[in-house]
Design a protein around this ligand. Sequence first.
Ligand SMILES: N[C@@H](CCC(=O)N[C@@H](CS)C(=O)NCC(=O)O)C(=O)O
Length: 212
Amino acid sequence: MKHYANPMSPNSRKVAAVAQHLGIALDTKVVNIPAGETRQPEFLKINPNGKVPVLEDGNFVLWESNAICQYLCDQKPGNALLPTNPKNRADVTRWQSWELAHWDPACASLIWENLLKKGFTGQGPDPAAVKAGEDKFHTVAKVLDGHLKGREYLVGSSLTLADISVAAYLMYAQPAKIPVEGYANIKRWLANVEKLEAWKKTAPQGMNAAAE
Ligand SMILES: N[C@@H](CCC(=O)N[C@@H](CS)C(=O)NCC(=O)O)C(=O)O
């Protein structure tokens, strides 16, 4: 299976980490986002949204990272990342939906302002936008932190896709100044995800070293 990805992209990392965890070998094609490759007509043919990740399995082309992760899990029946029990499976989908609808926009606004904007536009962070991003983050972080109280993982008692999906944007917590300090349950849970071999192996070059 071909994986169109960028090593710096949290959504690509979800797919890479899930494949790694499940022992699925992917043929990764790096898409250079800063060079504008996601806007090129050839790329737009496989994903008209102009985003990575994209998975190609023969004639089947799938975009949206969470759908790709579920598809990968279905290649390895019986794995624990995507439970078969309907309630737990729906719970995984619930957290992946929450991630897309609420969590990512909050984290992404801070990743843009504090980390990426300068490189792409030459302009530094806009204090009003940073404040709005932080407010948004605190609203959703309270939900996540409250849920994680007394729990090791988001769903059930072992690692699922929910953990990998929600943890992905936090790979930039430090450089993007995402204010996770003060959320003890999130920090404890994230430290567990960061210990995963599949997580470590899919870190962009230099990131593990920087964190150690
Ligand atoms: N909801 C999508 C979001 C994909 C996304 O935002 N990808 C970013 C990288 S993390 C991207 O390709 N950005 C390139 C661009 O906007 O040109 C998913 O989960 O796959």
